[in-house]
Design a protein around this ligand. Structure first.
Ligand code: GLU
Length: 425
């Protein structure tokens, strides 16, 4: 059966529709049949739970939690858990589907999922976050499992939350099950290199793209939007390779230094100022809220959340290369503007796949009951990232399309071929 024209996208700024609009273009180029299209479009499972949690003041507050399993065609589903006030079902659905494509692009044996809780972890105590995480885990006992669905950190979560999740899950099973979650602290079976892995993958794919564009790293400058785990590690690794990081930003604002920001200083500043760059004196604060996106640099790295590059600021971008550290940082409506300006984009499902790649290594180590040295983790991750970049680059040349659509083609081709062998009802 031939591929049938999909329904038009209603709202390109809705993250799920934004994801689907790229999926549709790739599906059309691949000539995907209607049956497979429908299977890949619809998430396999969507769970919404209410989580009553006793707050420190004794009041019970009810939080809303989500887990969306987009696909288990390639293997157990994999994807992080996000704690943020903006979490909603559409966002989690999009993020879950991106995980399916991401795992397929880097060729690791996982399907895609994502979870989230609508909360503001910045205003909660450690005890409140722990109780919330344990409540969420209990409500997901039928979903999670080392061979079923394996969570990991995402925005607003980290090794502590993963430790509580592993502990609560293990208690309920009556045994230690460390392979149920990745991104754990090292002592609980976490992997060396996991914390830096996403930033490392961004650095590797950025350098691969710069090589194709004949950009010399030590003569190039960059701007990094977001200074959390992904942004800060990317900044450090690029600086080590000679790239001048001229601008960084976080929720407190954006900071510009034409001589290059000293990233070690920015990291220690953040770590001694409540986790933010508020009052940072290693650069000038930018007036324009979009300055971090539109400033005069060669390389732009959005490393926080969705839709920061949009139809309003895309025409003003000066960078030649964008490498997406975040998931979905470019709204679908900005794609055309960026492509028409000749800007090359290394898309999220390729650029930030280093995190889930090292999550996979963590899961493998847990199941084998051993620990790999950092050198092995990094070497294998770098190799996967480089090979994946080359695979996507070759497809983009073959079809004369953007790296984004090429990455979707690689992913959809892999998942749909696997589906054909497994079959449905
Ligand atoms: N949250 C990360 C991502 O979006 C990591 C997911 C994982 O390691 O499972 O890729």
């Amino acid at each position: 059966m031939s591929y049938i024209e999909p329904a038009p996208i209603q709202d390109k700024n809705n993250p799920f529709e934004s994801m689907m609009s790229r999926f549709d273009v790739a599906a059309q180029i691949l000539g995907l049949d209607q049956e497979t299209y429908n299977v890949l479009k619809n998430p396999a499972r969507q769970v919404i739970v209410s989580l009553p949690v006793t707050m420190d003041d004794g009041m019970v507050k009810v939080f809303e939690g989500f887990r969306v399993i987009h696909s288990t065609i390639l293997g157990p589903s994999k994807g992080g858990i996000r704690y943020d006030m903006a979490v909603n079902l559409d966002e989690v659905k999009a993020l879950a589907a991106w995980m399916t494509w991401k795992c397929a692009v880097v060729d690791i044996p996982y399907g895609g999922a994502k979870g989230g809780i609508r909360c503001n972890p910045r205003t909660m105590s450690k005890g409140e976050i722990e109780r919330l995480t344990r409540a969420y885990t209990l409500s997901m006992l039928d979903i999670f499992g080392p061979d079923r669905d394996i969570p990991a950190p995402d925005m607003g979560t980290g090794p502590n939350e993963m430790a509580w999740l592993m502990d609560e899950y293990s208690k309920s099973k009556g045994m230690t099950v460390n392979a149920v979650v990745t991104g754990k602290p090292l002592v609980l079976g976490g992997s060396l290199g996991r914390v830096e892995a996403t930033g490392r993958g961004v650095m590797v794919t950025a350098l691969s793209a710069m090589q194709k564009l004949r950009m010399n790293p030590s003569q190039s400058s960059c701007s990094i939007q977001g200074f959390g785990n992904v942004g800060s590690n990317t900044a450090k690794l690029l600086e080590e390779r000679g790239v001048k990081v001229k601008a960084i930003s976080d929720i407190s604002g954006a900071y510009w230094n034409p001589k290059g920001i000293d990233i070690s200083y920015a990291l220690s500043y953040r770590d001694t100022h409540n986790g933010t760059l508020e009052g940072f004196d290693g650069g000038d604060k930018m007036e324009d809220p979009d300055g971090i996106i539109t400033c005069e640099v060669d390389l732009l790295i959005p490393a926080a959340k969705e839709d920061v590059i949009n139809i309003h600021n895309a025409p003003k971008i000066k960078a030649k290369l964008i490498v997406e550290g975040a998931n979905g940082p470019t709204s679908a409506s900005a794609d055309d503007v960026i492509n028409s300006k000749g800007i090359i984009v290394v898309p999220d499902i390729l650029a930030n796949a280093g995190g889930v790649t090292v999550s996979y290594f963590e899961w493998v180590q847990n199941r084998l009951g051993l620990r790999w040295p950092l050198e092995r983790v990094n070497r294998r991750c770098d190799r996967i990232m480089k090979e994946s970049f080359e695979r996507v680059y070759a497809i983009s040349k073959q079809y004369n399309i953007s790296l984004r659509i090429a990455a979707y083609i690689v992913a959809i081709d892999k998942v749909s071929n696997t589906y054909k062998f497994r079959g449905g009802f």
